[in-house]
Design a protein around this ligand. Structure first.
Ligand code: IDP
Ligand code: MG
Length: 147
């Protein structure tokens, strides 16, 4: 049996999630999984914030399109925003990653958020609806960065 850790993790409803009106759906899934919201805000993502959040991908060919994506640039001014949340609960990091699904929406479990609602854009960006911290170190760094 895996040991239970009470963890905090960062979730971001990305601009495509807001545009597709998936916020309620995502919040419901995480509430029904019994995670607690301990922080929430809607914000515009500045370029420095976007670049710091995705610093581990800065050498990738899709980096510029990824920064435009998290800033909501492809979706018009109303969707140049995200909803950032901090969730708390037992093994929250791993379990919320599972609910989110794999990074590539075409490979994600079809019942996961990314599998059900994500797509790959014609520019090749994985438009995958939601961010969820990938491990304890990332969760700590990201929560400090966003809140
Ligand atoms: P994660 O979001 O599942 O933690 P990361 O590797 O940290 O995955 O990548 C951050 C984001 O960058 C992804 O959620 C996705 O939007 C985008 N991305 C990652 N890898 C690729 C890729 O190979 N092609 C296009 N977009 C990608
Ligand atoms: Mg990641």
């Amino acid at each position: 049996m895996t040991e239970e850790h009470i963890e905090n993790t960062l979730v971001i409803v990305k601009p495509d999630g807001l545009k597709k009106s998936l916020t309620g759906n995502i919040l419901t899934k995480l509430a029904e999984a019994r995670f607690m919201i301990i922080g929430a805000k809607v914000l515009r993502v500045s370029r420095p914030l976007a670049e710091q959040h995705y610093q581990h991908l800065k050498d990738k060919p899709f980096f510029k399109d990824l920064i435009d994506y998290i800033q909501g640039k492809p979706y018009g001014p109303d969707f140049e925003r995200v909803m950032a949340l901090v969730y708390k609960g037992p093994n929250a990091i791993k379990r919320i990653r599972e609910i989110a699904g794999a990074t590539n929406p075409e490979e994600a479990d079809s019942v996961s958020i990314r599998g059900a609602f994500g797509r790959i854009t014609t520019k090749g960006v994985f438009e995958n609806v939601i961010h969820a911290s990938s491990d304890a170190k990332d969760a700590e760094r990201e929560i400090k960065l966003w809140f």
